[in-house]
Design a protein around this ligand. Structure first.
Ligand code: ZN
Length: 354
């Protein structure tokens, strides 16, 4: 394993960001190349601890000559956000500088091979933009691109570009994902969309789709950071790499059929708070609900008659996520429910969430 340090010049004199990159060199030139990063939203740590548990498996494979394809791992992809704390809270999602979500606004290349057009570290743009260009450059050319995130309180699930489905069900099976959200339009420049963008004009029948995998992995909720989850997720990642021929391991059994729920993004019911107040959830991730079932009560006038609003399921479905906090403002997304049909509310253009 080779470790290098990436430097990103700060926006003011005397400041600089740095993050490590871990690389394994494969022994077979035609084996798939892999890029894995975690904590682009710096306060999402399930992927970081999964990588920590994965690395000993990769080093053992390397010692035994079983790494076939190149593997690049970035355990902490966002040193800028890693330092963003305010009043004891880690604010890892949005940039303090631009107020932009760190997983939006990545440059979208329209063909393979234009990575040299991305701003380098001498470019007169913010460190945030240069960091995004750097991460995209590190991932460029990888056949398997896994961007490890997590939700608030959540089942384990994946976002997958439509052309990759169902070929990527092996990843869902390896990771034990409970759901897959399939997207086919812009997500406002998420890293996954940027990694996918060079291939978006390939025909649906192109053979590349079966060789590649590009995804945002949502490893459950933000508090689901534990030795057991880390080990399980590391085993899942290792298993996927073995299934795809990145690692040779005859002990890894062939992929079984994945049993989870795959739905287009349009079927995601974003349950919103009709008023501000306290959230009293009646259902949580993993619950199957019927149309009209009570999902959450929002209490806005405690102790008063008619001081609460009930929010019910607009259609039958599986509760995928809910907010970790229990205090909401009017209009906030508080749950994701996966339905059998498109939401009547209609999905707004772009990413599901801000
Ligand atoms: Zn995230």
């Amino acid at each position: 394993m080779e470790k290098t340090i990436e430097l990103v010049r700060g926006d003011t004199p005397g400041t600089e960001w740095r993050f490590p990159v871990l690389r394994f060199t494969g022994t077979q030139a035609d084996a798939p190349k892999t890029y894995i990063q975690a904590a682009l939203h710096a306060n999402e740590l399930p992927g970081v601890v999964a990588i920590n548990a994965l690395l000993p498996l990769l080093r053992k494979a390397e010692d035994e000559g079983r790494i076939l394809g190149d593997i690049t791992v970035v355990p902490h992809a966002n040193p800028i956000a890693a330092g963003q704390h305010l009043f004891l809270e880690h604010m890892g999602r949005f940039s303090f500088n631009s107020r932009t979500n760190f997983n939006r606004d990545f440059p979208l290349l329209d063909s393979v091979g234009e990575v040299s057009d991305l701003p380098d570290d001498d470019a007169p743009v913010s460190a945030e933009k240069r960091l995004k260009a750097r991460l995209l450059t590190l991932a460029h050319g990888a056949d398997l691109v896994l961007d490890l995130h997590c939700d608030d309180e959540s089942l384990s699930y994946l976002y997958v570009p439509a052309p990759f489905w169902p070929h990527m069900s092996d990843l869902a099976q390896a990771l034990g994902s409970k759901a897959v959200l399939i997207w086919d339009e812009s997500s406002d420049g998420a890293f996954e969309e940027a990694a996918f963008s060079p291939y978006r004009n390939l025909p649906a029948t192109h053979g590349d789709w079966k060789r590649r995998a590009i995804t945002t992995v949502e490893f459950r909720g933000r508090a689901d950071v534990s030795p057991a989850f880390a080990e399980a997720d590391a085993q899942g990642l290792y298993r996927f790499l073995a299934l795809r021929g990145v690692i040779a391991d005859e002990n890894v059994a062939p992929a079984e059929e994945w049993q989870g729920l795959a739905v287009p993004l349009a079927n995601v019911e974003m349950i919103r708070a009709p008023v501000g107040g306290a959230l009293l959830f009646h259902a949580g991730p993993g619950d199957h609900v019927a149309k009209g079932d009570l999902l959450v009560t929002v209490l806005f006038a405690p102790g008063e008659e008619d001081g609460a609003v009930e929010v019910r399921a607009p259609q039958a479905g599986l509760v995928l996520t809910r907010r970790a906090h229990r205090s909401t403002r009017i209009g906030e997304d508080v749950m994701k429910l996966l339905g059998d049909r498109p939401s009547d509310v209609g999905k707004k253009p772009g990413a599901l969430e801000s």
